[in-house]
Design a protein around this ligand. Structure first.
Ligand SMILES: NC(=O)c1ccc[n+]([C@@H]2O[C@H](COP(=O)([O-])OP(=O)(O)OC[C@H]3O[C@@H](n4cnc5c(N)ncnc54)[C@H](OP(=O)(O)O)[C@@H]3O)[C@@H](O)[C@H]2O)c1
Length: 244
């Protein structure tokens, strides 16, 4: 089996390391790529073809792991050349996934939940051919959601309703606790019910949200726009708080 990559960054490099089987050959191209990517490809020791078009046409599974911004144009350039399945792993909205499906015959909507470099990322898949990729479960925990492209992207956005709104709520609760000099006690009392790592997880969420507040605002806006038939009072409040 041949697995081809369009985009050879952290995701693709980690997948090659995880999926080690004598029956699988990995291919990519370094056509027009940066020195960092060329170096990463060299170190991974995988087969390099001259062009991404050749990669697309030669792969049984073509994986697009580039960037949210480039996902659609990559699908436009190579989607129709893919003779096998086309697995999109970019962090994109359900609308972009549906746009991509216009350029790709055998699209599988995919998402990696958790950092790819962590010990336990989970691969979520939806689409008609998703069951063909279940063998990946031998290498990375793999779950099939449905046979509908768009369901995984939607699920990712639903997850964000919770995680991104909660991060803003945590900021507010901690700020309030700080005004009474009870920050440590705030974490201690919540750890009793929320689990051992509550403090570390919360501080990491809070710092990520504060550092990237512009991007987080955009992501909250994206949720509000996509689910415009739903009221989403809490998400709107989180957006308001983030923009104060
Ligand atoms: N990292 C994670 O844990 C994680 C988890 C979930 C989802 N994702 C998603 O997965 C995707 C890839 O993430 P990553 O962390 O691997 O990104 P990354 O490390 O930034 O790597 C992106 C790779 O894509 C290449 N690329 C960009 N545009 C391209 C194009 N038009 N044609 C061919 N190659 C192109 C880049 O090459 P150059 O260096 O030449 O630009 C680079 O090799 C993103 O959409 C991200 O949101 C990542």
């Amino acid at each position: 089996m041949i697995i081809g990559f369009i985009g050879f960054g952290e995701v693709s490099r980690n997948l090659v390391n995880r999926i080690s089987s004598p029956e699988i050959t990995f291919i990519t191209s370094t056509e027009n790529r940066s020195p960092e990517t060329i170096e990463r490809v060299k170190k991974s020791n995988i087969k390099v073809l001259d062009t991404f078009s050749q990669v697309a046409a030669s792969s049984d599974i073509l994986i697009s792991a580039t960037s949210p911004k480039n996902a659609l144009s990559v699908a436009g350039d190579y989607g129709k050349l893919a003779k096998g399945v086309y697995l999109d792993l970019n962090n994109i909205s359900p609308d972009t996934t549906l746009e991509i499906s216009k350029h790709v015959d055998n699209l599988i909507d995919g998402a990696i939940i958790g950092k790819i470099s962590s010990s336990n990322p989970v691969l979520y898949l939806s689409g008609r051919g998703a069951s063909d990729l279940l063998f990946l479960n031998d290498f990375i925990e793999t779950k099939i959601i449905s046979d509908k492209v768009g369901d995984v992207s939607r699920l990712k956005l639903l997850r964000s309703i919770y995680t991104k709104t909660l991060s803003v709520l945590l900021i507010e609760a901690l700020e309030t606790a700080g005004e009474y000099g009870l920050e440590d006690e705030f974490f201690d009392i919540l750890t009793l019910t929320e689990g051992e790592n509550f403090r570390e997880k919360s501080l990491s969420r809070i710092s990520g949200t504060r550092k990237n507040f512009k991007r987080k605002s955009e992501e909250l806006n994206e949720i509000i726009e996509y689910f415009d038939q739903n009221e989403l009072i809490m998400v709107k409040a989180a957006l308001k708080k983030l923009n104060l």
